[in-house]
Design a protein around this ligand. Structure first.
Ligand code: DER
Length: 237
């Protein structure tokens, strides 16, 4: 089946499993896969008359517009900081369920909203699954940085962990990508052959002055649903 069909399959399976009548607040991730999850939630609300009063907390402008476009109730962390379940995509998921996220540049709010959720569920197509981080996703680990600090942060990461970090430049805008939060992004291509302790790497990078957040989601997702090419859904716990 096509990649979009695989994404959709994962999204529907996860929503039907985790967004139920008991769900009061759902966190909505960012990217292309999560669109199918919002469509499924909207179908349940508007077609089935189910999930009455469910509140959707966005993790980006994209997620916010998606919620509004489907006439779902928009929430925010000021009023709904206890989230029942957070559903989001990933750029890559390794065997230890370490995620690389941020391919869509929304990692800061994604990690914030995910951290407020009792459960984080990942939905993805089969191209996102890897045994070892970096096997599938070759664009590096996204890191959100304060605009004034992108060079010192880049140099510090390369000094600490090797590899090569570069500023993410926009395609349809001159200059660097500016995130929903007014920051820059650098993508760190780590050394493929090197053994990294991703929990330590995540903590060390986060501590570098000027780093707002990393796209390394360690010990955050509890379950991943992968839509497979043969039309099945593989679940990783
Ligand atoms: O940028 C992000 O963090 C997205 O959630 C990304 O990880 C998944 O995007 P996709 O569903 O479009 O592949």
């Amino acid at each position: 089946i096509a990649l979009d069909a695989a994404k959709k399959l994962a999204a529907i399976t996860a929503v039907d499993q985790w967004v139920t009548e008991e769900t009061k607040v759902v966190g909505i991730g960012s990217g292309s896969t999560v669109v199918f999850a919002v469509e499924r939630i909207a179908e349940r609300v508007w077609k089935d008359g189910a999930l009455a009063d469910i509140i959707c907390v966005p993790s980006s402008y994209q997620a916010r517009l998606l919620i509004l476009d489907h006439n779902l109730t928009l929430g925010d962390l000021d009023r709904h900081s206890k989230i029942d379940v957070y559903i989001d995509g990933a750029d890559e998921v390794d065997n230890a369920m370490v995620l690389i996220k941020g391919g869509g540049g929304c990692l800061l709010q994604e990690k914030i909203v995910a951290s407020c959720a009792k459960k984080m569920i990942v939905i993805a197509d089969y191209t996102k699954k890897s045994l070892r981080l970096g096997e599938q996703w070759c664009r590096g680990i996204p890191i959100e940085v304060s605009p004034q600090a992108h060079v010192p942060v880049k140099l510090k990461i390369e000094e600490l962990f090797g590899g090569h970090a570069e500023l993410r430049v926009a395609l349809m805008k001159a200059g660097p990508i500016v995130t929903d939060n007014g920051n820059f992004l650098i993508d760190w291509k780590f050394v493929a052959k090197r053994e990294y302790n991703w929990d330590e790497v995540n903590r060390a990078i986060t501590m570098i002055p000027g780093v707002m957040e990393t796209g390394l989601f360690v010990d955050m997702a509890i379950k991943c649903y992968f839509g497979m090419a043969d039309g099945t859904v593989k679940v990783q716990n």
